[in-house]
Ligand binder design. Sequence first.
Ligand code: NAD
Ligand code: DAU
Length: 352
Amino acid sequence: MILVTGGAGFIGGNFVLDWLDSLDEPIVNLDKLTYAGNLETLASLAGDPRHVFVQGDICDRDLVGRLLAEHRPRAILHFAAESHVDRSIHGPGEFIRTNVEGTFVLLEAARAYWQSLDPAGRESFRFHHVSTDEVYGSLGPDDPPFAESHPYEPNSPYSASKAASDHLVRAWHHTYGLPVITTNCSNNYGPFHFPEKLIPLMIVNALAGRPLPVYGDGRNVRDWLYVRDHCSAIRAVLAGGRLGETYNVGGWNEKPNVEIVMTICGLLDEMRPDPAGPYARLVTYVADRPGHDRRYAIDARKIERELDWRPVETFESGIRKTIEWYLAHSGWVANVQSGAYRDWVATNYASR
Ligand code: NAD
Ligand code: DAU
């Protein structure tokens, strides 16, 4: 049995589905169900005894301790976080609470639990921390991609909170010997992605005939990975990663934002033509994100070399699958566009 935190979110939800697609090892899924958590993502698991869902906060030390004592997992996979950079700019407090304090609470509970295990249990236990390439800061156009040895230079409240959590995880290994591994992954995309992030926002806005808001000059570069490839990387690291190490995860897929938006428009023109004209007519340049990192790129050679991990999807295959998924799941999309979602859209875009 494994304990997953944040398993009703985008990547955690895909991870839970991916894990139970290929294995019979049960999952306890601890998720607070913030605006980003959605049980509909896990609807296909209804009645499946391999999935135990617990609504709760990772900052709740008693709850986390009780879950560990009751379910006795062999690993904790820590996905839960506040994850959206723009929200961290409007309100950083929750990012410090969940990403920093929440990780601290989990580490302390994990340490107490791990110390209570017999020698074989202690030997095999893992605390897997799911983190981001944003902790490394921003690259210039000709810089080499981020290697694991790149200095930490976080620039947003979100990335600073993730960097702090990475440092706590590292320290709990160095000081207490807790068997931790951290993965730092590039931008994910795929099914069940909340439409506040670039790719799903562009798809749902285009389909609704709304503007496609491109920040700044649209030339910021991100390195895109299909979410199920991230899930397979986490599984590979959990199975064979070296303790105390960090592994960068990415698919060598750097693209400027405007190219992503134009690709989505072109595919939608083909798959769901709009009688009003090509979707690219909706592209609207808006005020830039404050402190906007210019370029991220991942050097994934360590995980490739040590664990023989490679992504399955190319960007072309992954983005097509993603758009097909959004076209086929208009109900999921409609349900996440609640009043709170509309409030967020007004907060972030009305004054741009
Ligand atoms: P998400 O925002 O879609 O989901 C986060 C989940 O965590 C939600 O289900 C939410 O309800 C839950 N959660 C939030 N606060 C909680 C708390 N206090 N207690 C319990 N649950 C809580 O995020 P995501 O995009 O799926 O990201 C998952 C992890 O992967 C994060 O740690 C993020 O930093 C990291 N990451 C994300 C990306 C990406 O491109 N999305 C890339 C690299 C790393
Ligand atoms: O790099 C990994 C990170 O990727 C994760 O750690 C974060 O959790 C995840 O949210 C993501 O962060 P980004 O800030 O890169 O993702 P986002 O989808 O918000 O933005 C991608 C790019 O698109 C970025 O350069 C900003 C731009 N953008 C975004 C939005 C929402 C726009 O131009 N317009 C928009 O409306």
